[in-house]
Design a binder for this molecule. Structure first.
Ligand SMILES: [Zn+2]
Length: 263
């Protein structure tokens, strides 16, 4: 059996450590120092690095870590990510004997083209595609790709624990409440999130069930969200109704602006 521990890094990243009392696997080490401190303080031997996508706050610590631990780096190859030693693509399975864990790999483009997710029973490492009560920005590809990627993640079992790479939940919940002011699950999650953050604890992992009840980007068919977008003039309702993708795209654009004005 293994544990999964959050290592806070950079401003608001989490490097996730899958570990027992001897060995560890790191997911998205964007910074080496906190990861090395974690490994040294617990006397853990690093066995592998997993990489969800090539943004520097996810790969920035890999080179230094590999100077100390010559371990494989599993991820999707990309010209701007020189660290990958073992290529993973849609449909691959990755077995890590050190901790007896096996991941299914799916490609989830829409934040970046090379983004993948690592999925084990009741475990999801989703990088910057799905966040607590939110989703990643659409830097590459189309909104349709990001929407499709999120829909694939939402099909995982409700009990799946969602290990996102950033502590964005509180800010995302402010947006979620603006989308659905009367959703009691969002209000409950805001209280729970405030309590966790006041105790300096991560709000993650969440679960697929919690995301489906509070994350506006997984709730694009809900009438309350469509109503809010209509009231704000963010979707065109002159036709025969609005598509789910239309709602998603309007939400993502609104969130981009909301983020700039939010506290
Ligand atoms: Zn990213």
């Amino acid at each position: 059996m293994f544990n999964i521990t959050a290592i806070p890094a950079l401003r608001d990243n989490y490097i996730w450590a899958i570990h027992d009392d001897q060995r560890a696997i790191l997911v998205d080490p964007g910074e080496a120092a906190p990861a090395l401190n974690f490994l040294h303080s617990r006397k853990l031997q690093l066995k592998a690095i997993l990489c969800t996508h090539r943004h520097n706050d996810h790969i920035g610590g890999i080179a230094k870590l590999r100077e100390v631990y010559n371990v494989p780096v599993h991820g999707r190859r990309h010209p701007n990510n020189p660290h990958i030693t073992n290529e993973l693509c849609e449909g691959d399975q990755l077995t890590l004997d050190a901790l007896a864990v096996r991941f299914d790999i799916i490609e989830i483009p829409g934040h970046l083209d090379d983004h993948i997710a690592f999925i084990a029973p009741d475990i999801l490492f989703c990088g910057d595609v799905l966040f607590g009560a939110g989703c990643g920005r659409n830097f590459e590809g189309t909104p349709a790709q990001l929407h499709h990627s999120l829909q694939r993640l939402a099909l995982l079992p409700d009990t799946t624990r969602v290990y996102c790479a950033h502590e964005y939940t509180a800010a995302n919940l402010r947006f979620a409440l603006a989308c659905e002011p009367d959703n009691p699950a969002i209000k409950e999650r805001i209280v729970a999130t405030q309590q966790l953050r006041a105790a300096n604890l991560p709000t993650l992992p969440s679960s697929i069930a919690l995301e489906k009840s509070t994350n506006p980007f997984l709730r694009c068919t809900h009438p309350a969200i469509i109503h809010t977008l209509q009231q704000r003039g963010l979707i065109d309702t002159s036709g025969r109704g609005v598509s789910e993708l239309g709602v998603f795209t309007a939400l993502r654009e609104w969130r981009n602006n909301f983020q700039m004005t939010a506290a």
